[in-house]
Design a binder for this molecule. Sequence first.
Ligand SMILES: [Zn+2]
Length: 491
Amino acid sequence: MNADELYAICRRRGFLWQSAEIYSSISGFYDYGHLGAALKRNWENLWLRFFLSLNDNYHLIDTPTIMPEAALKASGHVDLFTDYLVTCRNCSQPYRADALIEETAGIEAESLNASELDAKITELKIKCPRCGQANFTEAKPFNMMFPVSIGATGKDRGFLRPETAQGAYLNFNREFETCRRKLPLGLAIIGRAYRNEISPRQGLYRLRELIQAELQIFFDPEKFNQQYRCRDEPEKLSVVLVSHRPELRHYTAAELLGLGMPEFYVYHMLRIQKFYTVTLGVPLQKFRFFEKSEKERAFYNRIHFDVEVEMESLGGFKEVAGLHYRGDYDLTRHQTMSKVSHEVNIDGRKFVPHVLELSFGVDRNIWALLDLFMVRENERNLLKLKPYLAPYHCGVFPLFKRDGLDKVALEISESLKNEFRVFYDDSGSIGRRYARMDEIGTPFCITVDYDTVQEGQLKDTVTVRFRDTAQQERVQIPQLHKYLGRFLLPS
Ligand SMILES: [Zn+2]
C-alpha cells in the first residue's frame, strides 16, 4: 500500500492523524487515536517485557522531558545537535540541505559537511522546489533543540530533551547505588523527545515530537563479553556489513566474531532480530542491520548499526532502531562537566562504565507495523497483526439484535473483558461488522447465532471466526477463555 492509502485507512478507523487539524496542523506532529494509542501501548509493553527480561538488573525509569542547559551542554547537544540549513534567496523557503539534495537529485548527502553541501548544490544546479530558482544561501548549522525558559525570571534555561538517553545517564550514579553496585546495569526509558526538524515531510517517519524507547546498558568493558555469550547460537543475522562487503549477507554469530565484532554486541543484534522477526512477526526478508560508516555515525559511537525494516509506503528499507556502542563518552562527559565522579570500583578496579544503547523510534515502529501488516485481499483490508499486538483481541456480536441473541452476546462480552480487550457490536450487517474488525486487526470474532440460542434455550456454543482466513469454528462457551488465551501469548 502506498503512504496515502495507508494513512487514509489509519485516519478513517482511528489510528492516527495530524495534530490540531482544526487549526490546519503544523507538520511534524501527530495524534494517536484510540486504536493507535492501544497499538502503541501494546508495542511498548512487548518491548519492555522482551528487553528488560535480558537481565535481572535492567529496569524501567522515568524522567522529565525538560532538561537543564548544563546537562545538554555536557552531552554535546548544545554545540553539535545540528542540521545544515539553506534558505532560498528568492522566496525565503528554508531547507535542510542534505534532504534538499536527496529529494531533488536522489543523492545520499547525510554525511557531507557545510562546504561539501554548498559544492553539491552548485554542482547539481539544484533549484528551489517552491519557486524554481537556483539561488541558495550558504549552508549553516541549525540547532534542532527547542529552547525553554523556566520560571518567571527565565534565568534557568532548559531545552525539551532531544533524546531520552540523557535521563538514564543522569540517573546512573543513584541507580548504581540503589541496585547494589552491579554491572551490567540497564536503564530503560519510554517517552517523548523533541527535534525541531527544518522541514519534516515524511509523516510519522520524521517528527518534531516523537516517542523513543531506549535502553542504556552500563557495563564493565573487561567483563561484558563473558557475560553475553552467543558464539554457538545457530541463527543467522541479516546484515549489510559495509566495512566488509556492500551487500546484504546472512552471518552466524561466529562469523561476525571472526570479523572482529565484540561478542556482547553480536548478542544484542541476535536479540533485536528475534524481537522483530518473532515477537513482532516482521518477515525476515524485510529486516536487516545496516552498518554506519565512520563518517556517518556520531563520533562517540564506536560501533553503530541501524535496524531497518522494508516499508512499501516509504519506498524501501528505513531505520526504525539503532544499536550503538558509545564507549565511556557519556558518563565521562557528565563527570567532567558536573565534577561529580562517575567512576565505579569493582574488585579494586576503578573505571567509568561503558554504554551500549538500544534505541527505538516508537512512532516509526508503529508505522512499520501498519505498513507491513495492512494488506488488501479479495476486496477486503486486513491488518494481520500478531493477535497480542491488536488493539482488540476479539469482537463479540449477536447475529441479530433480537430473540435473546443480544442478551447472550452481552453476557459473553462481559465475561471476557476481565482478560481480553473486547469490542461489542450489534449494529449493521454481520458482514460489515466483520469487515470493520478485519481492518483494525481484531484476530477473532465471536458470533452468537441461532445455533447458540434455539427457541429461547441456550445451547452452549458460539462461532469463532478467524481474521486471516475468514474460517469459522464452533466453540463451547465455557471454553472461550482458554481457547482465545492460547493465541494471545507473546512469542
Ligand atoms: Zn524559492
